[in-house]
Design a protein around this ligand. Structure first.
Ligand code: FES
Length: 125
């Protein structure tokens, strides 16, 4: 695991001291009526709900801390199901609740990227 600089830090910019949330995670919950592959086919809703409940249980939810949000297609379908954490812009491909719990404990709580769950960088739609 490693501490990842935010895009602003990487660009040599000061990190804003008044960022409303320290970290913001978005889960793709997209489903396709045509039956094509989409994150919703891989328990994305359950993962989102698990993340939300774990963040709340850990006392991490709220301004200055962590926000867990739904998203539509993030155009990384081939790596799905996916979630992305900002401000670090770290993309995860997860499988089960244990993966979500690890993202919450390691990244959202302690700022340590879970490298084993990183989405392959070349996979897009
Ligand atoms: S369906 Fe989830 S990233 Fe496109």
């Amino acid at each position: 695991m490693s501490q990842v600089p935010s895009p602003r830090e990487s660009a040599g910019l000061a990190v804003p001291v008044s960022s409303y949330y320290q970290r913001h995670i978005f889960f793709c919950l997209n489903e396709r009526k045509s039956g094509e592959e989409a994150c919703a086919n891989h328990r994305a809703q359950q993962a989102f709900e698990r993340c939300k409940s774990q963040v709340k249980a850990a006392g991490l939810a709220g301004p200055g801390q962590v926000r867990v949000n739904k998203a539509g297609c993030l155009d990384r379908c081939a790596a799905g199901p996916v979630a992305v954490v900002y401000p670090e812009a770290v993309w995860y491909s997860y499988v089960d609740e244990q993966d979500i719990d690890e993202i919450v404990e390691s990244h959202l709580k302690n700022g340590q990227v879970v490298e084993r769950l990183l989405a392959p960088p070349h996979l897009g739609r």
